[in-house]
Design a protein around this ligand. Structure first.
Ligand code: ATP
Ligand code: HSE
Length: 321
């Protein structure tokens, strides 16, 4: 996990008075997640999640929380942020920004089948369309600029072979992103971290997705590639499972058909999505922050996925007639 900031129920008593949620009656640190301190918060009104943001500042947070509110208002199943008496969604707690959101029902489906992947594809496409008129702007802060700035900080820890892979892939992606068809890819606010552990199911029914704290404006195709690289793979090898890929893509394109440029960009985009998480995991692994409990994610998982996406063509976005 990570509870980087310890918060007690006593401390919350006064703080909670600004929210229309009654008294806090229970608080439990959540032992998963690597970015923020999360707590299940029970109040007289119901079940919520309290998040204390460790790495994000007050300037970035309105984008995430307003986006969640925007999506929730349009029927996308995401946690609804709770405003305080002043209408603020982000409020300081222990000197750090904090927010309360509604708790989703269900649990993560860590062994997804095509039926789950189809639900994820439908939700992702609906989310892209629903976010298209979201008025706030923030780039994907884990995009190409971040890759280029972060790579030099981890190269020294890598084997020569991996250092060469990282350098050549960042160069490949810079070239891809500079191309004319890339510029034509549809874009908008995207989740950018829609992994298995960020979606809830009750049985086969998807009940919602959360963790919007890497959201930003990027191509819709990038978001899809991030999602496929987690939901549709064999976790040991990183190899794509064709039945799950096809289920997710068919459900997505039934809501939002793909453009010709997206079809061409699919293979390089799967590599971009693998690179993003290889690099962030390398960074978290070699430059960890202090935490009461912290389990860094394994970087080699995404190194394998990147090598696999370079070596093996993925199923096409739209099957050939
Ligand atoms: N709105 C919610 N409803 C129900 N459970 C939630 C909600 N938000 C968070 N959780 C629970 O808290 C855990 C950690 O949340 P989250 O993934 O947002 O943390 P994080 O630190 O940003 O993690 P990471 O970025 O590593 O995925 C989740 O795995 C989930 O169990
Ligand atoms: N989903 C990310 C963690 C940050 O949310 C990973 O698996 O590396």
């Amino acid at each position: 996990m990570a509870v980087f900031t310890a918060v007690t129920l006593d401390e919350l008593t006064q703080w909670m008075e600004q929210f229309p949620l009654g008294q806090a009656v229970a608080l439990k640190g959540i032992a998963s997640g690597i970015e923020n301190s999360n707590f299940f918060l029970t109040t007289e009104r119901g079940e919520y999640v309290l998040t204390v943001f460790e790495n994000l500042d007050f300037e970035q947070l309105p984008f995430y929380l307003q986006l969640m509110r925007h999506l929730a208002e349009r029927g996308i199943p995401v946690p609804a942020p709770v405003a305080n008496a002043q209408g603020e969604l982000v409020v300081p707690l222990r000197g750090k920004p904090a927010a309360i959101v509604s708790k989703l029902e269900g649990s993560s489906q860590m062994d997804p089948q095509p039926v789950h992947c189809a639900d994820v594809g439908t939700m992702l496409a609906r989310m892209h369309l629903a976010a298209a008129d979201f008025p706030l702007q923030q780039p994907n802060l884990r995009g190409l600029d971040w890759w280029q700035a972060t790579m030099p900080q981890v190269l020294q820890y890598l084997t020569p072979d991996n250092a060469a892979l990282l350098q050549s892939e960042v160069a490949f992606q810079a070239n891809f992103a500079a191309g004319t068809s890339y510029a034509k890819l549809p874009r908008g606010p995207v989740h950018a971290d829609l992994f298995r552990n960020n979606v809830m199911f009750v049985g086969e029914k998807l009940t919602g997705c959360f963790d919007f704290y890497f959201a930003g404006v990027d191509t819709w195709l990038y978001d899809l590639a991030v999602t496929v690289n987690d939901w549709c793979i064999d976790l040991d090898s990183g190899v794509l499972d064709v039945a799950r890929v096809n289920a997710l893509l068919a459900a997505y394109r039934a809501v939002r058909p793909f453009t010709a440029e997206e079809e061409l960009a699919w293979q390089p985009m799967l590599r971009a999505a693998a690179l993003r998480f290889w690099l962030s995991r390398l960074y978290d692994f070699y430059a960890p922050r202090e935490a009461e409990l912290l389990t860094p994610h394994d970087p080699t998982h995404f190194e394998r996925i990147l090598r696999e996406r370079i070596a093996t063509p993925a199923p096409r976005l739209v099957p050939q007639e």
